[in-house]
Design a protein around this ligand. Structure first.
Ligand SMILES: Cc1ncc(C[n+]2csc(CCOP(=O)(O)OP(=O)(O)O)c2C)c(N)n1
Ligand code: SF4
Length: 283
């Protein structure tokens, strides 16, 4: 097993007490459990406090635009089978600005893991409502309360038959690490929506609020049953289930790409003579 110290120790720009710290710890633990050396891991992110996560981890990192963590992650996963690929960003970045990329990635189903720090608020930009903020919740920017109903990423992922769908809670770092390991090992697109307290700007969804509500799904729950998964995905109120909500078997996208089936594109040797010939046809 790779020791967690291999992934480095870094100073962060996060507020003391932020849920991002335990997510970072869980990611390191999961990489170690997966026995992945830092050079075999790629984490793509967008913009926000959560999106800084791969800066605080020694591995390959691609930090793109707000809402754009998924396109480079899927491209890299297709091009290089030798990498284990993650995208990691906040709920605003993932379900707001990046919402359409999320939909496309669920349809496409490339093998990779999407870790969303879901603090139900825009943290970096100081507390505006995000797509997952509860209806009626007041913020500095929505003093009359949020008018729209919240987006339910887990239910949408189950609807789309995403092969691995989990909900986790940041303060349960060992449980989260175990879910990340399962997600990374499952063929196809995997979503882990991680409930994460933002101690500075979300005064509703606090550690105490989550602790009172989150409960772990037990062995009696069957995540392969789509209808039960839909019911569990809808449960978000006085009780919030955490664990593997859904496990499906939709075949991954890469199995339908001939070049990818033969070998990693990253290691293939282009035939420059053939390329010159092709370019000639456009001259
Ligand atoms: C195209 C674009 N729109 C808006 C912004 C401003 N912006 C930066 S971070 C952010 C929200 C971050 O919230 P979230 O993704 O939930 O992450 P958190 O900071 O809470 O971890 C916004 C709106 C931007 N950088 N680019
Ligand atoms: S603003 Fe919120 S999400 Fe950002 S670092 Fe501070 S506590 Fe964490």
């Amino acid at each position: 097993m790779i020791p967690t110290q291999q992934y480095g120790e870094f100073e962060t720009a996060w507020c003391p007490g932020c849920g991002n710290f335990s997510i970072n710890k869980a990611v390191k633990k999961a990489l170690s459990m997966l026995d992945l050396a830092p050079h075999r891991v790629l984490i793509c992110s967008g913009i926000g406090q959560a999106a800084k996560s791969p800066h605080y981890l020694r591995c390959n990192c691609f930090n793109g635009l707000h809402g754009r963590s998924l396109p480079p992650a899927q491209g890299a996963a297709l091009a290089n089978t030798e990498l284990t690929v993650f995208a990691e960003s906040g709920d605003g970045c993932s379900y707001g600005e990046g919402g359409n990329h999320f939909l496309a990635a669920m349809r496409r189903n490339v093998t990779m893991t999407y870790l969303v720090h879901d603090n139900q608020i825009y943290g970096l930009t100081k507390g505006q409502a995000s797509p997952t903020t509860a209806q009626g919740q007041t913020t500095k920017f929505q003093p009359g309360g949020v008018a729209s109903m919240p987006f339910n990423p887990v239910a949408v992922a189950v609807t789309m038959d995403v092969p691995f769908v989990a909900r986790a809670y940041a303060a349960e770092a060992d449980h989260l690490a175990d879910l990340i390991v399962q997600a990374a090992r499952h063929p196809g697109f995997a979503l882990v929506d991680i409930l994460q307290p933002c101690v500075s700007f979300n005064k509703v969804n606090t550690y105490a609020w989550y602790k009172q509500r989150c409960y772990k799904l037990g062995p009696e729950y069957d995540p392969t049953d789509w209808a039960s998964a839909m019911r569990k995905a809808q449960e978000f109120g006085d009780q919030i289930p955490i664990g593997v909500i859904y496990k499906g078997s939709r075949p991954p996208f890469e199995g339908r790409i001939d070049a990818r089936v033969r070998r990693p594109l990253a290691t293939s040797k282009p035939d420059l003579g053939k390329l010159a010939e092709i370019l000639e046809t456009y001259a």
